[in-house]
Design a protein around this ligand. Structure first.
Ligand SMILES: *Cc1c(COP(=O)(O)O)cnc(C)c1O
Length: 354
């Protein structure tokens, strides 16, 4: 393999993709000359201001290297060590962060809630909060929601308002894992404020990586009190980039002309195209509503193997069952989608002799 030959695009994850041109251009623009380090630079200021514009409010913004850090550190800022965090049983903070939320919060326990389609509802929150109220059990303090969810679904504005209302009623603060927040905004076609601070979200981990940035997520505090000393938490957690402009400049590239939403609309549309292309094939069943850029599909095991043999990479362990998870990216093309669908069709269509 020559490292200069671009490898084929895959459906394994939206973090398989490279940087989008807008992020790349801004990164290059930010390179010449010297800038103040540790976030006191013009690019970080600009990126933070653009995020405040997007959310139409005064919020505190911090850039960290990845989503695990964004989630863990922001949850730690909402909880004491004896508190607990309620989340869906498929939540990334539970299934894919190696205990980092508990670690960075010095022991705050993550408690798992069931829920159809990757979503939590008010009844589940009520049940979890009321299950135990004695001093021997970690006191529920935060609700963590993922938007778009790990199942590729999206909480509607009403669903979101209902769960955050229930959370508030029980004194819980609300954290949103928005690794795919852009896809949710694109899917709902709403102002970002409507599904964050106006719906009672205290802190959002705003994902950049899966939407076309190389490295970096923005932690956006709408609850300014919760943001106090978060800079120290980032530094102690090894998340304060000294050359911060290289984390923040790509955000300027994404936000200044709306690329973040364009890319999300595109990856969502590719997922819809993919679902439509495979939905009616024999033995194939789409597991969840295709609201964002993910398609979860039941594919017979031999067909999964045959797809892998044809060079397609994708996961079958992240949807709670054995469904294949097919993720579309900002750079997934209609041809990629159609090629995958054609390969699957060829594999699962029984051979009929002439
Ligand atoms: C990808 C992802 C993250 C971030 O993961 P990192 O690998 O730590 O950057 C967080 N939440 C969800 C739901 C994700 O899919």
């Amino acid at each position: 393999m020559k490292l200069t030959d671009p490898p084929r695009r895959q459906f394994a994850s939206d973090n398989y993709s490279g940087m989008c041109p807008e992020a790349w251009a801004a990164l290059a623009e930010s390179n010449p000359g010297h800038e103040i380090s540790y976030g006191n630079d013009a690019w970080t200021q600009k990126a933070s201001d653009l995020i405040r514009e997007v959310f139409e409010t005064r919020c505190e913004v911090f850039f960290v290297f990845n989503g695990t850090a964004a989630n863990s550190l922001s949850l730690a800022s909402l909880c004491q060590s004896y508190h607990s965090v309620l989340c869906h049983e498929l939540a990334h903070i539970e299934t894919a962060e190696c205990g980092a939320p508990e670690f960075f919060a010095n022991g705050s326990k993550v408690l798992l809630l069931p829920g159809a389609n990757g979503k939590i509802d008010g009844a589940a929150i009520q049940h979890a909060v009321n299950k135990r109220t004695d001093i021997h059990y970690p006191k529920p303090r935060a609700l963590s929601l993922t938007q778009a969810t790990e199942a590729g679904t999206v909480y509607s504005v009403d669903e979101l308002r209902a769960v955050t209302k229930e959370a508030r009623h029980h004194g819980l603060r609300v954290h949103m894992d928005g690794a795919r927040f852009a896809n949710a905004v694109a899917a709902l076609d709403v102002a970002p404020a409507e599904i964050t601070w106006k719906a009672g979200v205290d802190v959002l981990c705003f994902g950049g990586t899966k939407n076309g940035i190389a490295i970096g997520e923005a932690v956006v505090f709408f609850n300014l009190e919760a943001a106090r000393e978060f800079d120290y938490r980032c530094k102690q957690g090894g998340q304060l980039a000294s050359k911060m402009r290289f984390l923040s400049a790509p955000w300027v590239g994404m936000l200044r002309d709306g690329a973040w939403l364009r890319h999300a609309h595109h990856s969502n549309a590719m997922a819809k195209r993919l679902a439509a292309g495979i939905r009616d094939l024999p033995g194939i069943k789409i597991a969840y509503a295709v609201d964002s850029n993910a398609v979860f599909a039941h594919i017979p095991k031999p067909a999964v193997q045959a797809l892998h043999d044809r060079g397609w990479k994708f996961y079958t362990h992240v949807g709670g069952g054995e469904e294949a998870r097919l993720m579309c990216s900002w750079d997934t093309t209609a041809e990629d989608v159609d090629q995958f669908a054609a390969d699957l069709r060829a594999i699962v269509t029984p051979f009929v002799p002439p």
